[in-house]
Design a protein around this ligand. Structure first.
Ligand SMILES: Nc1ncnc2c1ncn2[C@@H]1O[C@H](COP(=O)(O)OP(=O)(O)OP(=O)(O)O)[C@@H](O)[C@H]1O
Length: 361
Protein backbone atom coordinates (compact mmCIF):
# COMPACT_ATOMS: atom_id res chain seq x y z
CA UNK A 1 0.00 0.00 0.00
CA UNK A 2 1.26 3.49 -0.86
CA UNK A 3 2.25 5.79 2.01
CA UNK A 4 -0.62 8.12 1.11
CA UNK A 5 -3.52 6.83 -0.93
CA UNK A 6 -6.30 9.07 -2.20
CA UNK A 7 -9.27 7.15 -3.59
CA UNK A 8 -12.19 8.62 -5.56
CA UNK A 9 -12.01 11.79 -3.51
CA UNK A 10 -14.70 14.44 -3.78
CA UNK A 11 -14.55 17.64 -1.77
CA UNK A 12 -15.73 21.22 -1.96
CA UNK A 13 -17.33 24.11 -0.13
CA UNK A 14 -21.01 23.73 0.88
CA UNK A 15 -22.85 22.50 -2.21
CA UNK A 16 -20.02 23.59 -4.48
CA UNK A 17 -18.09 20.50 -5.60
CA UNK A 18 -14.48 21.42 -6.42
CA UNK A 19 -12.55 18.13 -6.48
CA UNK A 20 -14.07 15.37 -8.52
CA UNK A 21 -12.89 11.80 -8.35
CA UNK A 22 -9.26 12.38 -7.40
CA UNK A 23 -7.13 9.22 -7.32
CA UNK A 24 -3.51 9.56 -6.30
CA UNK A 25 -0.92 7.34 -4.62
CA UNK A 26 2.13 8.90 -3.01
CA UNK A 27 5.01 6.61 -2.09
CA UNK A 28 7.10 6.95 1.08
CA UNK A 29 9.72 9.67 0.55
CA UNK A 30 8.18 10.89 -2.70
CA UNK A 31 7.53 14.53 -3.60
CA UNK A 32 4.50 15.15 -5.81
CA UNK A 33 3.94 18.57 -7.36
CA UNK A 34 0.35 19.66 -7.97
CA UNK A 35 0.40 21.87 -11.02
CA UNK A 36 -2.45 23.65 -12.74
CA UNK A 37 -4.04 26.99 -13.53
CA UNK A 38 -5.49 29.28 -10.92
CA UNK A 39 -8.74 27.94 -9.47
CA UNK A 40 -8.27 24.31 -10.58
CA UNK A 41 -8.39 23.04 -6.98
CA UNK A 42 -4.75 22.59 -5.90
CA UNK A 43 -5.13 24.31 -2.52
CA UNK A 44 -8.49 22.64 -1.96
CA UNK A 45 -6.80 19.25 -2.39
CA UNK A 46 -4.17 20.13 0.22
CA UNK A 47 -6.90 21.43 2.53
CA UNK A 48 -8.90 18.22 2.10
CA UNK A 49 -5.79 16.19 3.02
CA UNK A 50 -5.16 18.30 6.11
CA UNK A 51 -8.79 18.22 7.25
CA UNK A 52 -9.57 21.89 6.60
CA UNK A 53 -12.11 21.11 3.87
CA UNK A 54 -14.63 18.25 4.34
CA UNK A 55 -14.42 15.15 2.14
CA UNK A 56 -17.89 14.31 0.80
CA UNK A 57 -16.97 11.07 -0.98
CA UNK A 58 -14.01 8.71 -1.24
CA UNK A 59 -11.22 8.00 1.22
CA UNK A 60 -7.71 9.07 2.16
CA UNK A 61 -5.37 6.43 3.61
CA UNK A 62 -2.26 7.53 5.44
CA UNK A 63 -0.35 4.28 5.91
CA UNK A 64 -3.12 1.85 6.88
CA UNK A 65 -5.27 4.54 8.52
CA UNK A 66 -8.44 5.90 6.88
CA UNK A 67 -8.25 9.58 7.80
CA UNK A 68 -10.82 11.42 5.69
CA UNK A 69 -13.25 11.84 8.59
CA UNK A 70 -10.64 12.50 11.31
CA UNK A 71 -10.16 16.03 12.68
CA UNK A 72 -7.10 17.91 11.40
CA UNK A 73 -5.06 17.38 14.59
CA UNK A 74 -5.41 13.58 14.37
CA UNK A 75 -4.11 13.23 10.79
CA UNK A 76 -0.40 14.01 11.31
CA UNK A 77 -0.29 15.91 8.01
CA UNK A 78 1.34 19.32 8.28
CA UNK A 79 1.02 22.31 5.98
CA UNK A 80 3.68 24.89 5.12
CA UNK A 81 1.87 28.03 4.02
CA UNK A 82 2.76 30.56 1.34
CA UNK A 83 2.55 33.33 3.96
CA UNK A 84 4.78 31.34 6.41
CA UNK A 85 2.11 31.72 9.18
CA UNK A 86 4.77 32.17 11.87
CA UNK A 87 4.11 33.70 15.29
CA UNK A 88 5.56 37.23 14.98
CA UNK A 89 6.07 37.71 18.76
CA UNK A 90 8.11 34.50 19.07
CA UNK A 91 11.76 33.79 18.35
CA UNK A 92 12.98 31.36 15.72
CA UNK A 93 13.42 28.60 18.34
CA UNK A 94 10.02 29.23 19.91
CA UNK A 95 8.35 29.02 16.51
CA UNK A 96 10.10 25.74 15.68
CA UNK A 97 9.19 24.34 19.12
CA UNK A 98 5.55 25.39 18.90
CA UNK A 99 4.02 22.13 17.60
CA UNK A 100 6.09 20.05 20.02
CA UNK A 101 4.86 22.14 22.96
CA UNK A 102 1.26 21.71 21.86
CA UNK A 103 1.91 17.96 21.86
CA UNK A 104 3.26 18.31 25.43
CA UNK A 105 6.66 16.86 24.59
CA UNK A 106 9.22 17.15 27.43
CA UNK A 107 11.34 20.31 27.50
CA UNK A 108 14.69 18.51 27.15
CA UNK A 109 13.45 16.56 24.14
CA UNK A 110 12.13 19.76 22.53
CA UNK A 111 15.53 21.44 22.97
CA UNK A 112 17.31 18.56 21.26
CA UNK A 113 14.84 18.49 18.37
CA UNK A 114 14.97 22.28 17.87
CA UNK A 115 18.79 22.23 17.82
CA UNK A 116 18.68 19.42 15.26
CA UNK A 117 16.29 21.36 13.04
CA UNK A 118 18.22 24.63 13.31
CA UNK A 119 21.14 22.63 11.96
CA UNK A 120 19.14 21.03 9.19
CA UNK A 121 17.69 24.31 7.88
CA UNK A 122 20.96 26.18 8.48
CA UNK A 123 19.62 28.79 10.89
CA UNK A 124 22.21 28.28 13.62
CA UNK A 125 23.01 31.56 15.33
CA UNK A 126 19.55 33.00 14.61
CA UNK A 127 17.65 30.92 17.20
CA UNK A 128 16.97 33.88 19.49
CA UNK A 129 16.00 36.34 16.75
CA UNK A 130 12.37 37.40 16.38
CA UNK A 131 11.08 35.99 13.10
CA UNK A 132 10.13 39.53 12.03
CA UNK A 133 13.87 40.30 11.85
CA UNK A 134 14.46 37.58 9.22
CA UNK A 135 14.44 37.66 5.42
CA UNK A 136 11.70 35.92 3.44
CA UNK A 137 13.93 32.94 2.64
CA UNK A 138 14.93 32.55 6.31
CA UNK A 139 11.29 32.80 7.43
CA UNK A 140 10.30 30.07 5.02
CA UNK A 141 13.08 27.87 6.45
CA UNK A 142 11.69 28.46 9.97
CA UNK A 143 8.24 27.47 8.70
CA UNK A 144 9.71 24.31 7.16
CA UNK A 145 11.58 23.45 10.37
CA UNK A 146 8.43 24.02 12.44
CA UNK A 147 6.45 21.71 10.16
CA UNK A 148 9.15 19.00 10.21
CA UNK A 149 9.60 19.23 13.99
CA UNK A 150 6.55 17.08 14.71
CA UNK A 151 7.68 14.41 12.22
CA UNK A 152 4.53 14.51 10.08
CA UNK A 153 3.55 11.47 8.02
CA UNK A 154 3.03 13.81 5.08
CA UNK A 155 4.19 17.38 4.57
CA UNK A 156 2.11 19.58 2.27
CA UNK A 157 3.49 22.84 0.96
CA UNK A 158 1.16 25.46 -0.52
CA UNK A 159 3.18 27.64 -2.90
CA UNK A 160 5.96 27.95 -0.32
CA UNK A 161 8.21 29.97 -2.61
CA UNK A 162 5.84 32.45 -4.16
CA UNK A 163 6.58 35.30 -1.72
CA UNK A 164 10.31 35.10 -2.36
CA UNK A 165 12.20 37.11 -4.97
CA UNK A 166 13.41 35.25 -8.06
CA UNK A 167 17.01 34.65 -6.91
CA UNK A 168 16.13 33.46 -3.37
CA UNK A 169 13.40 31.31 -4.85
CA UNK A 170 15.93 29.40 -6.95
CA UNK A 171 18.16 28.66 -3.96
CA UNK A 172 15.31 27.79 -1.54
CA UNK A 173 13.77 25.35 -4.01
CA UNK A 174 17.08 23.48 -4.24
CA UNK A 175 17.36 23.53 -0.43
CA UNK A 176 13.88 22.04 0.00
CA UNK A 177 14.61 19.38 -2.61
CA UNK A 178 17.94 18.50 -0.94
CA UNK A 179 16.24 18.30 2.47
CA UNK A 180 13.53 16.07 1.10
CA UNK A 181 16.14 13.67 -0.27
CA UNK A 182 18.21 13.84 2.94
CA UNK A 183 15.31 13.36 5.39
CA UNK A 184 13.09 11.29 3.10
CA UNK A 185 9.83 13.02 3.98
CA UNK A 186 6.72 12.38 1.90
CA UNK A 187 5.28 15.56 0.46
CA UNK A 188 2.89 17.30 -1.88
CA UNK A 189 3.78 20.75 -3.11
CA UNK A 190 1.48 23.18 -4.88
CA UNK A 191 2.99 25.46 -7.46
CA UNK A 192 1.93 27.60 -10.41
CA UNK A 193 5.40 27.44 -11.80
CA UNK A 194 6.05 24.56 -14.21
CA UNK A 195 9.83 24.91 -13.96
CA UNK A 196 9.61 24.65 -10.16
CA UNK A 197 7.51 21.49 -10.52
CA UNK A 198 9.94 19.97 -13.03
CA UNK A 199 12.96 20.68 -10.84
CA UNK A 200 11.52 19.68 -7.46
CA UNK A 201 9.08 16.86 -7.99
CA UNK A 202 9.55 13.12 -8.36
CA UNK A 203 6.18 13.10 -10.10
CA UNK A 204 3.81 15.83 -11.23
CA UNK A 205 0.00 15.75 -11.13
CA UNK A 206 -1.54 18.24 -13.55
CA UNK A 207 -4.98 19.37 -12.39
CA UNK A 208 -7.71 20.82 -14.55
CA UNK A 209 -11.09 21.88 -13.14
CA UNK A 210 -10.91 19.67 -10.07
CA UNK A 211 -9.64 16.55 -11.85
CA UNK A 212 -6.21 15.07 -12.36
CA UNK A 213 -5.58 15.37 -16.08
CA UNK A 214 -2.23 13.51 -16.06
CA UNK A 215 0.21 12.17 -13.52
CA UNK A 216 3.76 11.19 -14.35
CA UNK A 217 7.45 11.90 -13.95
CA UNK A 218 8.60 15.39 -15.00
CA UNK A 219 10.05 13.85 -18.19
CA UNK A 220 6.79 12.05 -19.04
CA UNK A 221 4.69 15.14 -18.46
CA UNK A 222 7.05 17.33 -20.47
CA UNK A 223 7.74 15.01 -23.41
CA UNK A 224 4.48 13.05 -23.53
CA UNK A 225 1.61 15.29 -22.44
CA UNK A 226 -1.41 13.01 -22.70
CA UNK A 227 -3.99 15.71 -23.46
CA UNK A 228 -4.05 19.07 -25.30
CA UNK A 229 -4.60 20.80 -21.95
CA UNK A 230 -1.38 19.37 -20.51
CA UNK A 231 0.55 20.11 -23.73
CA UNK A 232 -0.60 23.71 -23.67
CA UNK A 233 -0.03 24.10 -19.93
CA UNK A 234 3.48 22.63 -20.18
CA UNK A 235 4.53 25.22 -22.73
CA UNK A 236 3.56 23.82 -26.15
CA UNK A 237 2.48 27.31 -27.12
CA UNK A 238 1.87 26.66 -30.83
CA UNK A 239 -1.35 24.96 -31.85
CA UNK A 240 -2.91 24.15 -35.23
CA UNK A 241 -5.82 21.96 -36.20
CA UNK A 242 -5.18 19.38 -38.92
CA UNK A 243 -6.10 18.93 -41.75
CA UNK A 244 -5.52 22.55 -42.63
CA UNK A 245 -6.42 23.96 -46.05
CA UNK A 246 -3.57 26.42 -46.04
CA UNK A 247 -0.65 26.24 -48.50
CA UNK A 248 1.70 27.64 -45.86
CA UNK A 249 1.60 24.30 -44.00
CA UNK A 250 2.79 20.82 -44.98
CA UNK A 251 2.63 17.89 -42.58
CA UNK A 252 4.53 14.78 -43.58
CA UNK A 253 4.44 11.94 -41.09
CA UNK A 254 5.35 9.00 -43.39
CA UNK A 255 2.08 7.27 -42.63
CA UNK A 256 2.69 7.24 -38.89
CA UNK A 257 -0.61 8.95 -38.14
CA UNK A 258 -3.42 6.33 -38.00
CA UNK A 259 -5.70 8.26 -40.26
CA UNK A 260 -4.26 11.50 -41.68
CA UNK A 261 -7.69 12.86 -42.67
CA UNK A 262 -9.05 12.47 -39.13
CA UNK A 263 -9.28 15.89 -37.44
CA UNK A 264 -6.33 16.30 -35.12
CA UNK A 265 -4.94 18.98 -32.86
CA UNK A 266 -1.21 19.52 -33.22
CA UNK A 267 0.81 21.22 -30.46
CA UNK A 268 4.52 22.11 -30.40
CA UNK A 269 6.95 24.32 -28.48
CA UNK A 270 8.59 27.41 -29.95
CA UNK A 271 11.98 26.04 -28.83
CA UNK A 272 11.44 23.03 -31.12
CA UNK A 273 10.82 25.12 -34.23
CA UNK A 274 13.92 25.43 -36.39
CA UNK A 275 13.87 28.59 -38.45
CA UNK A 276 15.65 29.17 -41.75
CA UNK A 277 15.74 32.30 -43.87
CA UNK A 278 16.30 30.11 -46.95
CA UNK A 279 13.21 29.33 -48.93
CA UNK A 280 14.14 25.70 -49.54
CA UNK A 281 16.52 24.80 -46.73
CA UNK A 282 18.55 21.64 -47.07
CA UNK A 283 17.09 18.88 -45.00
CA UNK A 284 19.75 16.66 -43.58
CA UNK A 285 17.27 14.02 -42.41
CA UNK A 286 14.14 13.83 -44.54
CA UNK A 287 11.06 15.85 -45.23
CA UNK A 288 9.34 14.41 -42.18
CA UNK A 289 7.58 16.72 -39.78
CA UNK A 290 5.74 19.98 -40.08
CA UNK A 291 7.06 22.50 -42.60
CA UNK A 292 5.64 26.01 -42.60
CA UNK A 293 6.28 29.06 -44.78
CA UNK A 294 5.75 32.52 -43.40
CA UNK A 295 7.07 36.04 -42.85
CA UNK A 296 8.46 37.57 -39.67
CA UNK A 297 5.90 39.68 -37.85
CA UNK A 298 7.90 40.56 -34.74
CA UNK A 299 11.26 39.75 -33.17
CA UNK A 300 11.87 40.20 -29.43
CA UNK A 301 15.12 39.67 -27.53
CA UNK A 302 14.79 37.58 -24.40
CA UNK A 303 18.35 36.86 -23.31
CA UNK A 304 19.45 33.54 -24.76
CA UNK A 305 17.62 33.97 -28.01
CA UNK A 306 15.16 35.99 -30.02
CA UNK A 307 11.52 35.08 -29.91
CA UNK A 308 10.21 35.40 -33.44
CA UNK A 309 6.50 35.67 -34.26
CA UNK A 310 5.94 34.37 -37.76
CA UNK A 311 2.79 35.04 -39.75
CA UNK A 312 1.88 31.84 -41.61
CA UNK A 313 -1.34 32.22 -43.57
CA UNK A 314 -4.03 32.85 -40.95
CA UNK A 315 -1.84 31.59 -38.07
CA UNK A 316 0.91 33.19 -36.01
CA UNK A 317 3.60 30.68 -35.03
CA UNK A 318 6.18 31.37 -32.31
CA UNK A 319 9.78 30.28 -32.93
CA UNK A 320 13.16 30.85 -31.32
CA UNK A 321 16.22 31.99 -33.26
CA UNK A 322 19.75 33.08 -32.41
CA UNK A 323 19.58 36.24 -34.55
CA UNK A 324 17.34 39.25 -34.75
CA UNK A 325 15.26 39.29 -37.93
CA UNK A 326 13.58 42.26 -39.53
CA UNK A 327 9.85 42.39 -40.15
CA UNK A 328 8.60 40.80 -43.36
CA UNK A 329 11.68 38.53 -43.74
CA UNK A 330 10.45 35.36 -45.49
CA UNK A 331 11.27 32.25 -43.42
CA UNK A 332 10.75 28.50 -43.45
CA UNK A 333 9.94 26.75 -40.17
CA UNK A 334 10.35 23.07 -39.46
CA UNK A 335 9.29 20.91 -36.53
CA UNK A 336 10.52 17.31 -36.40
CA UNK A 337 7.94 14.56 -35.76
CA UNK A 338 9.29 13.83 -32.26
CA UNK A 339 8.48 17.36 -31.15
CA UNK A 340 4.86 17.26 -32.35
CA UNK A 341 2.12 16.37 -29.88
CA UNK A 342 -0.84 15.14 -31.89
CA UNK A 343 -4.32 14.42 -30.52
CA UNK A 344 -7.32 13.08 -32.38
CA UNK A 345 -10.35 15.31 -31.98
CA UNK A 346 -13.36 13.32 -30.93
CA UNK A 347 -15.95 15.71 -32.28
CA UNK A 348 -18.97 13.74 -31.06
CA UNK A 349 -17.87 13.86 -27.45
CA UNK A 350 -16.09 17.20 -27.67
CA UNK A 351 -13.05 15.66 -26.04
CA UNK A 352 -9.56 15.06 -27.29
CA UNK A 353 -7.76 11.78 -27.09
CA UNK A 354 -4.12 11.44 -27.70
CA UNK A 355 -3.04 9.31 -30.62
CA UNK A 356 0.54 9.44 -29.31
CA UNK A 357 1.98 8.40 -32.69
CA UNK A 358 5.54 9.34 -31.74
CA UNK A 359 7.71 8.70 -28.79
CA UNK A 360 10.44 11.24 -28.16
CA UNK A 361 13.50 10.06 -26.27
N1 LIG B 1 -13.57 29.08 1.04
C1 LIG B 1 -14.09 28.90 -0.17
N2 LIG B 1 -15.43 28.94 -0.36
C2 LIG B 1 -15.98 28.73 -1.58
N3 LIG B 1 -15.25 28.48 -2.71
C3 LIG B 1 -13.92 28.46 -2.57
C4 LIG B 1 -13.27 28.65 -1.31
N4 LIG B 1 -11.92 28.54 -1.51
C5 LIG B 1 -11.75 28.29 -2.82
N5 LIG B 1 -12.95 28.23 -3.47
C6 LIG B 1 -13.16 27.94 -4.90
O1 LIG B 1 -12.62 26.67 -5.18
C7 LIG B 1 -12.01 26.65 -6.48
C8 LIG B 1 -10.62 26.09 -6.33
O2 LIG B 1 -9.84 26.98 -5.52
P1 LIG B 1 -8.37 26.63 -5.07
O3 LIG B 1 -7.91 27.72 -4.17
O4 LIG B 1 -8.33 25.24 -4.56
O5 LIG B 1 -7.61 26.69 -6.47
P2 LIG B 1 -6.06 26.73 -6.75
O6 LIG B 1 -5.84 25.80 -7.89
O7 LIG B 1 -5.29 26.49 -5.51
O8 LIG B 1 -5.91 28.24 -7.23
P3 LIG B 1 -4.68 29.25 -7.05
O9 LIG B 1 -3.59 28.68 -7.89
O10 LIG B 1 -5.21 30.53 -7.60
O11 LIG B 1 -4.34 29.31 -5.59
C9 LIG B 1 -12.08 28.08 -7.00
O12 LIG B 1 -13.16 28.13 -7.91
C10 LIG B 1 -12.36 28.90 -5.78
O13 LIG B 1 -13.13 30.02 -6.11
Amino acid sequence: MAHLQIENLQAGYGNKLILNNINLNVEQGEMIALLGPSGCGKTTLLNALCGFVPVSHGEIFSGQRAISQLPAEKRNITMVFQSYALWPHMTVSQNIAYGLKVKKIKRAEIDVRVAELLDIVKLNGLENEKVTALSGGQRQRVALARALAIRPDVLVLDEPLSNLDAKVRLSVRHEIKALQKQLGFTSLIVTHDQEEALVMADRIAVLNQGRIEQIGTPEEIYHHPSTPFVADFMGADNHIDWPLSDDAFALNLSGQLDNPSKPSSVYFRSENVSLSTQQNPENDLSNDGLIIKGVVEQSAFFGNNYRISVRCGKHTIQAEHDQNLSEQTPVTLRVLPDALHIYAQDVEHSVFQTTMPFQSN
